[in-house]
Design a protein around this ligand. Structure first.
Ligand code: SAH
Length: 209
């Protein structure tokens, strides 16, 4: 159920759905997603679906993680990434070898505690975590070459735009439940360029701690 064949099937599905970046597909194959969910759900870990991780939160669908990672890395020259909504750390693990460093913010401390341990056990060390409110970003290490948000906001958070480096890219789901769109925002000289990457379904980016 967690075999190479099962993982290959998932990778094939993502390819059929348009994921092209080899490094991203390799990460989907290599990261042991069954270790990011409850044992009772491990047999479903390589299905292309979101699954519950407790505290009313979910591990993102592999296709969506791949799509967001691919979008973030397009036009990305390496560097630092701010991640909002660490959750179980699956997106973090997929992204970690593809960037220099990840700064990851999660509002539920109990989730963060388990995720810290899990990523250490997987020998992932280029991640710094912080419990906090993602609407504020993480000013201390700004600006970021990429920002990736794993929960849907009503509007693009102003603070995240401020913390984006020149030519930096922000990938974020925007909109109310049932009508969310994945947006790519690129910082140009004197403006931000926005484009839609299609419909998605995320838990809300909760306001405040
Ligand atoms: N990245 C995860 C998905 C996490 S689900 C994965 O790879 O599967 C979204 C996460 O965003 C949840 O853990 C939730 O607690 C967190 N979240 C919601 N609102 C937030 C906020 N304002 N600041 C930080 N994290 C938030």
């Amino acid at each position: 159920m967690t075999s190479a064949r099962t993982r290959d099937r998932l990778v094939r599905r993502l390819k059929e759905h348009g994921i092209r970046t080899e490094a991203v597909l390799n990460q989907i194959r290599n990261v042991p997603r069954h270790l990011f969910v409850d044992e009772a759900l491990a047999s479903r870990a390589y299905e292309d679906t979101a699954l519950p991780i407790g505290h009313g939160q979910t591990i993102s669908q592999p296709y969506v993680v791949a799509r967001m990672t691919e979008a973030l890395l397009s036009g990305f020259n390496g560097g630092n990434v701010l991640e909002i909504g660490t959750g179980c750390g699956y997106q973090t693990a997929v992204l970690s070898p593809l960037v220099k460093k990840i700064y990851s913010v999660e509002r539920i401390p109990a989730l963060l505690k388990r995720t810290r341990r899990r990523l250490r056990e997987l020998d992932i060390y280029n991640v710094q975590f912080r419990p906090g409110d993602g609407w504020e970003g993480w000013p201390k290490y700004a600006p970021y070459d990429g920002i990736i948000v794993a929960a849907a906001a009503s509007v693009i958070p102003e603070k995240l735009l401020e913390q984006l480096a020149p030519a930096g890219q922000l990938v974020i789901p925007i909109g109310p439940p049932g009508r969310q769109e994945l947006m790519l925002v690129v910082r140009k000289d004197d403006h931000f360029e926005q484009s839609s990457l299609g419909a998605v379904s995320f838990v809300p980016l909760v306001a405040g701690k």
